[in-house]
Design a protein around this ligand. Sequence first.
Ligand code: HEM
Length: 215
Amino acid sequence: MDSGLAPSGRPGMTEPLEPGPVPRFHSPMFRTFRGGQSGGWRVTSIAPVTGEPLPFVPALSVTDSEAVSLPLVPSRNAWRLVGVASSLRYTERAEKEQLMAVQAGLGRVEATSAALIPIRKSQAWWDLTQEERRKIFEDKSHHIASSMRFLPAIARQLYHCRDLGEPFDFLTWFEFAPAHASRFEELVGMLRRTEEWSYVEREVDVRVVKEVLSA
Ligand code: HEM
């Protein structure tokens, strides 16, 4: 049957109803952290740092997908948090180059310990301008400069979720070898004492270890 559409390949004519690839929809855009009964990571602790806690669950799964249905409705024994690895907001060129030269990627075999730290900042933070936030984040709190020495031992990835209407603004994820566990404590302890952290109104610290599959 004639579709009414012009044959494809003719200049200036519409292609049949096949959408072209939309970059952000054709590669997994969303990372979902699901706390529940099963997953590749075993939960060792879930500690509320500031504000409302998350319920304890025995396992954490981490998956990527092209789409998610929002809002994610929490249940009593499971939770799902979703975020997007986004563009950099505060990092300047020299810092970016320094980070790229030393940082390690996720998924190293020896990095069998990890932390998921979801964070929400206060309205007072979001009421500041980008420039004012950068001042607090780096000029006063030295978030990047002081954290640099923990690389490459600690591998990290930041996910944004404020604009998804999620209960947190950020999902922060860190992977490290068990031998570097105390360095990670030093890092989080240091950041939590900064001026930047006075704007954190909800923070939960989820610690996990890689589930080893027995034959
Ligand atoms: C391994 C050492 C770390 C390094 C090198 C590091 C580096 C960075 C960098 C470069 C940014 C800015 C991204 C941008 O330009 O938008 C950032 C943002 C952020 N980091 Fe870290 N970080 C580290 C550890 C941590 C830890 C341990 C936490 C949580 C306990 C954390 C929480 C955050 C949060 C919440 C943001 C977003 C801030 C905002 O946009 O308001 N970071 N980090």
